[in-house]
Write a protein that binds this ligand. Structure first.
Ligand SMILES: *[C@@H]1O[C@H](CO)[C@@H](O)[C@H](O)[C@H]1NC(C)=O
Ligand SMILES: *[C@@H]1O[C@H](CO)[C@@H](O)[C@H](O)[C@H]1NC(C)=O
Length: 245
């Protein structure tokens, strides 16, 4: 009986951790999340458990970084206050181990999986939009349609540089459209944070991921209760023998 419990416990935990502690099979993410003590600047909040390496976290802060050679400055130099949001978005994408419920297979040339409809906190989207509305861009969807002939993305011929506020009339438009629906804008307090202010930590995102994993039926309550029930069972089994010895 005890042997059976000892075998089932790690299995039950493994099922749970699959969706709640996982790295997508993207371009730079690690195979499994784990501690990364040296994460750089804005990626630092994820240092206890990250899908990015320290190296990736450094590159996430560079213009036309080696990660995707993506050019933020395609319509003139992007302001610092706007760029910091794109850096944070990159850190979140590369480092968060809490995106499991929203990972989808895509089998694109540059990545096998993507995220779709991650519920991003309204406040983070609105600040991103406010800080970028006077910057310029020529496209609404930054995943597709660029001219990559020079090795970095340039505005396609038929496009024109316009203020962010024209290209993305609302904060929702920015968050949802810029990366072709990787994010979903939500008013709900069950939302994923890009930034960790006022006492928020990546642990908050872990709780949010758990909420949605349950709601989406990716894990069940009984699946969650199992490990605690098993632990309880174990302690009950072990305690008499301890008192006997
Ligand atoms: C750091 O990351 C860049 C971009 O992914 C890569 O080209 C480079 O080889 C990496 N360096 C090390 C030491 O891992
Ligand atoms: C990740 O995707 C690549 C194809 O892009 C595949 O060859 C590889 O086996 C996948 N890795 C895992 C861990 O699923």
């Amino acid at each position: 009986m005890l042997g059976l419990l000892l075998v089932t416990l790690p299995l039950a935990l493994a099922v749970e951790s699959d969706v709640l502690n996982i790295c997508m099979n993207g371009t730079h993410q690690k195979v499994k999340p784990g501690p990364e003590g040296q994460l750089f600047k804005q990626c630092e909040p994820w240092r206890d458990n990250a899908c990015c390496t320290a190296n990736t976290s450094v590159h996430a802060h560079n213009d036309q970084s080696k990660l995707y050679t993506f050019n933020w400055n395609h319509c003139g130099i992007m302001t610092k206050k706007c760029k910091k949001h794109f850096i944070q978005d990159t850190c979140f994408y590369e480092c968060s181990p809490n995106l499991g419920p929203w990972i989808q297979q895509v089998g694109q040339s540059w990545r096998d999986e993507r995220i779709l409809h991650v519920p991003i906190c309204k406040a983070d989207c609105e600040e991103w939009w406010r800080d970028c509305q006077h910057d310029y861009t020529c496209k609404q969807d930054w995943h597709y349609g660029w001219d990559w002939s020079t090795g970095t993305n340039q505005c396609p011929l038929d496009s024109k540089c316009r203020p962010f506020g024209d290209v993305f009339p609302t904060a929702r438009d920015l968050c949802e459209k810029v990366w072709s629906n990787s994010y979903r804008f939500t008013d709900s307090s069950h939302c994923m944070s890009l930034w960790f202010k006022a006492g928020l930590t990546p642990k908050t995102n872990q709780d949010v991921a758990l909420h949605y994993a349950l709601q989406m039926g990716l894990i069940s309550c009984s699946g969650l209760a199992w490990p605690s029930l098993l632990l309880l069972g174990l302690s009950l089994l072990l305690s008499p023998s301890l008192s006997l010895s």
